[in-house]
Design a protein around this ligand. Sequence first.
Ligand SMILES: [Zn+2]
Length: 274
Amino acid sequence: MYFLTINPTVLLIKTFNDKNMKTNSISRRDSIKMSATVAAGLLVAPLGAQSLNKNNVNQLKLLVVGAHPDDPETGCGGIMSKYAKNGHEVVSVYLTKGEAGIPGKTHADAADIRTEEAKKACDIFGVRPVFVGQIDGNTKVDAEQYDGMFKIIEKENPDIVLTHWPIDTHRDHRTCSLLVYDAWLKSGGKFALYYFEVMTGIQTQNFNPTDYMDISDVIDIKHKGCYQHVSQHIEEDYFNDLLHGKMEVFRGMEGGYQYAEAFTLQMQSKKMTL
Ligand SMILES: [Zn+2]
């Protein structure tokens, strides 16, 4: 386990390498970068040169790719808010507009409603939404969609991408994960790839996190963003039937924080000092 605190503008992350929480192996290159980071009091992007932002920190670009409006928010609203707050560029990518997600509404009406909800959430987090254009409940994994996802990610040119863990009860979540994984392979591992979880136990399965992000200081912003999804009854269910709230508390207990989000690093991906 390593525990890195740099300065208030920097994100804090704990990495648990195995069941025994042995010291995570950090390459000499990473360690030099981390030392330089601490010495300079700056967040250093280990993946290459980024421009300085208004907070005088090297700017990273974080891309979260989820299947439906509310997936990026409930799974990654904390890390998205935290990155945006610290001056980094964050993009929330939605594979579909949630066309099948409001009983009694046509696909077109549901898409309009849920697109607006996603845009409101993104405004609250300070992130930019992108809509891919697949259809909720009928997402496809084929050559065309692989190519489309690759082009979107290539154009955005992120340093870090977070997407659904591939073992999930929802087909669209699985589709999303495979498309992003393929784009990562095709890019030659250009960006760091992490998986996120949604409603673990009900949707995400077999998820064993490698990284924990302390989201305690942005928990209210995260919840406010998630609650914009009125059509999904997120606010009513957040701490009850749905497990969004319980996950934040449970991952916090595991990671040693009040509230946390957990991620799993693609094992052959480059790592980021988040
Ligand atoms: Zn979903």
